[in-house]
Design a protein around this ligand. Structure first.
Ligand SMILES: [Zn+2]
Length: 244
């Protein structure tokens, strides 16, 4: 299988999660939205695309450091320890805005535990240095994982530039991992399959995880991953040969 190339410009898989400002990134800062509202707006955008059907999918963004704090859709705020592992504590002083995919606000007095999905978001943020993670259930990503269970290698596509990679002569491997209902197990699998220069992973019979420096960057990457998966599947159906 392809090994991870070294450096690929300023948008490589390992993001500069400077994040010290506690914001979600420079591009989306222009929106003037609070992180919770920004998260909800972004979730609504994916929902309109049909990429978060049946309340599936979730988004997260880093909202603080030392300790790292992550705002996750479904209104969870997760605190991480120094190793990027969820502490199980829910930080106070940050209003978590229910997202478009959330089932409503939580009762204020009940102790809150990080959602199961938050574990994987937290792991990816700790592993990759990303400041935003998006998880989506798209048809093309699932079809691609079915068709290429050992991973999908793409090259010579203009769309690869959206992943921070070269449009020519730069093989990009999208790892595929087996699904699990145990999010800790799934987090281990995604971590083990992580390609440092590829800011995405496919989960078989499930969907995709994509990460980056902010929600806007991740959106562009998610759209590119979806496009590339659709292309790969359609091409395979047509039995047209293409570089792998
Ligand atoms: Zn999911």
């Amino acid at each position: 299988m392809a090994t991870a190339p070294a450096a690929h410009g300023d948008d490589s898989g390992r993001d500069d999660a400077s994040g010290s400002s506690g914001s979600s990134g420079s591009d989306d800062d222009d929106s003037g939205l609070e992180p919770g509202a920004e998260l909800a707006e972004e979730a609504a955008r994916y929902a309109r695309l049909g990429w978060m059907r049946a309340t599936s999918g979730n988004l997260s963004v880093v909202v603080g450091t030392d300790p790292v704090r992550i705002l996750v859709t479904a209104a969870d705020v997760v605190e991480l320890d120094g190793a990027g592992v969820p502490t199980g504590r829910t930080p106070t002083g940050l209003a978590a805005t229910p997202s478009a995919s959330a089932g409503g606000s939580r009762t204020g007095d009940r102790p809150r535990q990080p959602s199961a999905e938050a574990i994987l978001h937290a792991r990816l943020i700790g592993l990759t240095g990303a400041a935003a993670v998006v998880h989506l259930h798209t048809v093309a990503s699932v079809l691609a994982a079915d068709r290429f269970p050992d991973g999908l290698t793409l090259r010579d596509h203009e769309m690869l530039k959206a992943l921070g990679r070269a449009a020519e002569g730069d093989p990009v491997r999208l790892p595929v991992v087996t699904n699990s209902q145990d999010m800790a197990v799934l987090a281990e699998r995604v971590s083990a399959a992580w390609e440092p220069a590829t800011p995405a992973a496919l989960i078989a019979r499930h969907g995709m995880y994509v990460w980056g420096a902010d929600l806007l960057a991740v959106r562009h990457r998610a759209e590119a991953v979806e496009w590339l998966c659709e292309w790969a599947v359609r091409t395979a159906e047509q039995t047209v040969s293409w570089p792998r």
